[in-house]
Design a binder for this molecule. Structure first.
Ligand SMILES: NC(=O)c1ccc[n+]([C@@H]2O[C@H](COP(=O)([O-])OP(=O)(O)OC[C@H]3O[C@@H](n4cnc5c(N)ncnc54)[C@H](OP(=O)(O)O)[C@@H]3O)[C@@H](O)[C@H]2O)c1
Length: 353
């Protein structure tokens, strides 16, 4: 990682973070990536896994050498040897799963989006506060060393007055993917769109005005949406997200003194550049990386925060998560996208084996 002329990342070594005993709730795709990254890069312990099916949790436990496997989320929440539950069910289950863990006195790290909407996110925040447990959204981008450098650049005013943020996120999915399932709150908004929306709200706050257009998908979910926003002071943001195909997934933050261009995928480890009007550039060079290289930072940061007695993460506060979801809610309102009542905690067929 080289960044001549730029601030250095202040993120400590993940391996040095105090160790927590983690319980995985919902052993799917991201649970595998999280577990691989944590086991390779940290001293965190994946102590247990809970699935709606005992067979699936046993298979996951065997694959990752995890000592305890439970056949229900309730049992995982109640497990005595677990300090923190990582909620990684589909979006529709995040709120109920987080509440289950909080009610059992466990800390929670909830995959993004922390809830289906701002109301669910606010409820999780209120319940965690009342219970005195830690809660955060696993918006891993903001825990990456590169984002710590970006934060320092923004705080130092190197870009001048921010006028514009442009960010997009498109991806191709197999037709069987849950993103095409309306019952699981499918569509690009909560899976992909959360990244550009989180970036925009992190840099510019809450928009004063927002206009959105959408395009439906034959599966019944939204296929594509674009939103333009205006903020107090005149700054603007433009966001596009869709499930049509892969895109550069780039992000640009424009200021009166310089422009920050983040290589795609902007939400993952990788390079960025500051470009000045005279043609000079400052480059943060970092190999592009994926979940394996990046997810451990959020786990280590959460472990440090909890050891320090914090109930929230400074990298991604629940207020920031709620603010992002308020924007997502407004986009959905304008597009007429309605999400289902959460169904995730209903037992699956395998539960009756
Ligand atoms: N941070 C990132 O980069 C990233 C990347 C991908 C996804 N995510 C987030 O992580 C969450 C999970 O995504 P994923 O791609 O890992 O999903 P996934 O592969 O479908 O896995 C989700 C797991 O949740 C459980 N589950 C509970 N209720 C379910 C239901 N009604 N239908 C299907 N599965 C259900 C299933 O495990 P059991 O039935 O065995 O309990 C399933 O394996 C999403 O909210 C997504 O936004 C984050």
């Amino acid at each position: 990682m080289t960044s001549i002329g730029l601030p250095h990342p202040r993120v400590p070594e993940s391996r040095d973070a105090p160790s927590l005993r983690w319980g995985i709730m919902g052993p799917g795709w991201i649970a595998e990536r999280f577990t691989e990254s944590i086991q390779a890069h940290t001293g965190q312990v994946i102590a247990a896994v809970g699935s709606r099916s005992l067979n699936r949790s046993k298979a996951f436990a065997e694959a990752f050498d995890i000592p305890a496997a439970y056949g229900s989320y309730e049992e995982l929440a109640a497990a005595p040897d677990v300090d923190i539950v990582y909620v990684c069910t589909p979006h529709t289950g995040h709120h109920a799963a987080a509440v289950l863990a909080i009610d059992a006195g466990k800390h929670v790290l909830v995959e993004k989006p922390v809830g289906l909407d701002a109301a669910q996110a606010g409820d999780i925040a209120a319940r965690a506060e009342a219970a005195g447990v830690f809660a955060a959204e696993a918006m891993w981008t903001f825990f990456l060393p590169k984002f710590d450098v970006i934060r320092q650049i923004l705080d130092a005013g190197t870009l001048g007055t921010i006028t514009t943020v442009v960010a997009e996120y498109g991806e191709h999915f197999d037709p069987s993917h849950r993103i095409f399932n309306p019952d699981l709150a499918g569509g690009p908004l909560l899976d992909l769109g959360t990244y550009p929306l989180a970036l925009v709200t992190e840099v510019l706050g809450s928009p004063r005005y927002l206009w959105a257009v959408g395009q439906p998908h034959e599966s019944g979910v939204n296929a594509q949406l674009s939103a333009i926003m205006q903020f107090d002071g005149g700054a603007q943001a433009v966001v596009n997200t869709h499930v049509h195909n892969f895109t550069p997934t780039a992000a640009t933050i424009v200021g009166s003194k310089a422009t920050l261009v983040i290589d795609g995928p902007f939400n993952m480890p990788g390079a960025f550049e500051i470009r000045f009007p005279d043609g000079s550039r400052l480059r943060h060079d970092e190999p592009a990386g994926g979940h394996f290289e990046g997810l451990h930072y959020e786990a280590a940061a959460v472990a440090r925060a909890i050891a320090a007695g914090s109930t929230q993460s400074s990298e991604r506060t629940l207020a920031a998560s709620i603010r992002t979801l308020e924007v997502a809610d407004e986009i959905r309102r304008q597009l007429g996208v309605v999400f289902p009542v959460p169904v995730t905690l209903l037992p699956s067929k395998e539960n009756h084996e």
